[in-house]
Design a protein around this ligand. Sequence first.
Ligand SMILES: Nc1ncnc2c1ncn2[C@@H]1O[C@H](COP(=O)(O)OP(=O)(O)OP(=O)(O)O)[C@@H](O)[C@H]1O
Ligand SMILES: [Mg+2]
Length: 649
Amino acid sequence: MAQIQMLSKETVDKIAAGEVVERPSSVVKELLENAIDAGATAITVEIKEGGISFIRITDNGCGIEKEQIPLAFMRHATSKIRTAEDLSHIVSLGFRGEALSSIAAVSRMELMTKTRDTLTGSRYLIEGGAEVETEEIGAPEGTTVIVRNLFFNTPVRKKFLKHPQTEGGYISDLMEHMAMSNPQISFKYMNNGQLRFHTSGNGNLQEIIYRIYGKDVARALVPVDVSGQGIRMHGFLGKPEINRANRNFEIYFINGRFVKSSLISKAIEEGYRKYVMQHKFPFAVLHFEIHSGEIDVNVHPSKMEVRFTNRTKLYDFIEMQIRETLHSIELIPEIILEESREKKEDRRLLMPEHVPEPFETARFCQTGFSPAVEKKDTPKSVAEESIYHVPEEEEPFFVDNRKTQPPSSPGNTSPYDVQKEDAVTIPEPERNIPGLLAENPIQMDLFEEKMLTKDAKREYRIMGQVFDTYWLVVFHDKLFIIDQHAAHEKVKFERLMAQLEEKKVQSQMLNPPIIVTLSGNEESVYREYTDYFAQMGFEIEAFGGSEFAIRGVPAELYGCSEDRLFTELLDELSEGPIKGAPNVIRQRIATMACKAAVKGNMAFDAPGIEALLNELLTLEDPYHCPHGRPTIISMSKYELEKKFKRIVS
Ligand SMILES: Nc1ncnc2c1ncn2[C@@H]1O[C@H](COP(=O)(O)OP(=O)(O)OP(=O)(O)O)[C@@H](O)[C@H]1O
Ligand SMILES: [Mg+2]
């Protein structure tokens, strides 16, 4: 690597300044970027207690010359750029010369490094930014950095850290992204002494996706490799069947850098538009190669944002290429990976011959240096609160119009309103538009004189179903329209809640169990809510690495696709934490579970709907699904007659 030099003030002033080290995962990210920039082909990351007490990163890259080490820890010293000019065509991941100095300022740091040209290596200790010790040691080529007791000297920042498990989850997520960003580098990742994954470094991105997301995802991938207008896009598009509930699975890299870009996300989603339902997002892992002069990464200190010189060109390219690739999907043979899933061994452990072993052991033997003497001055209880935003309370979907407006507004609405979904989901402000009110079907509510009582059962007639969803029921002089999904969801939810209340949730065992692969983030969400899942009747067991076996599900939810149910639940939970008393949390999870279980599922026949209706009507509030949406709306004969101008009032 080039020599490390101090940047001029003029250059420094042009670099996006700000906090470099926010949490353990940012430390790992910076150190990994350094290892990658150093040309490493094998990198080992080891963390303890979510990275708060211990992070060790070992690479087999070019190393740092002995005389250059103190300089590497100085602010604005870098070997990667020289002048402000270079900022316009950055080809390395780092360029600010800030990471090492920022990390050293807030931790106890140790660096061991050796370049190819020297016989011995160096060991350098720096604590809170002050050099403590430097010595010559025997060491293999490459660099090891150990970061201990992060934020030991900045208690306020330490207080903002989440629970170690959550912090560890962020690092796991980062590791997965890093492995996908550089399939040609072998990454080994250990968390609390456990090997989490080890990639081969053979350049096969599909294999890494398989190891991270499991068989079902890997089988539903469409390879893409297209170039044009100075852009190359290659990687994998998920088939629509593996669409997800949030954007976390739109993963892309620009010139090997994991970035977040609303432009690229939008273009991907637009390309998928025909294939993705509302509130669903595609799965995609894409690499973009764009000339370094056409992008600017010097936007934000996190180096995760990018600006593009030609936004429209990039957007159109991505959108069109994705659309066309998906359009020709039938022409693409299914990708089947060779490895048998029967092998119970951890799929993540792939140890091809050329994967270099971490060389700490050898080094410690040579030097007598004792690894990882962890000082126990990290308080165990860091802030418990979560990083996620608290979701806003769902707005109630319906108000009882009859109470606010007499049924007498002019008949200027379409009679087809009855069939529009809007009829049941009018947002608050629109609800009071005259003409939309009285003549629309009326949401049943608890105050309604209970017309659909169990006793009245014999008197109502089920007329049939429309739009595969709504059932028409006539009782006396009223037409009732029942949303079968909402009704079904409601019934399932009430059954589940009743069982939860009585602590008698029935599990339905699955034989054979279903194995799911969780991403780092999903796993940490699952661990956060493990007890609730158990209370609800899920029986889930760690299955090695990031795999989990679903052995049992709540009996009420049996029969839907259980693995989808479980991952959808995790996706929803990862959107934001649920706060409140345990029963509130339980209720929210049960609601989500029922929604996920019911979605798109079940075609009811007339006897089926009758049974459902009967059960629905035994409930205290049969008129709303657990999400507050109506299950039943009604329209009276009187209102119909008014619509047809038989009655003029
Ligand atoms: N693992 C490593 N192997 C070899 N050299 C390294 C390694 N880590 C750091 N260096 C050297 O130390 C210098 C300072 O690293 P540092 O991460 O602080 O800055 P940078 O990578 O240049 O820029 P940035 O702040 O954007 O990361 C680097 O420019 C590089 O020359
Ligand atoms: Mg760096």
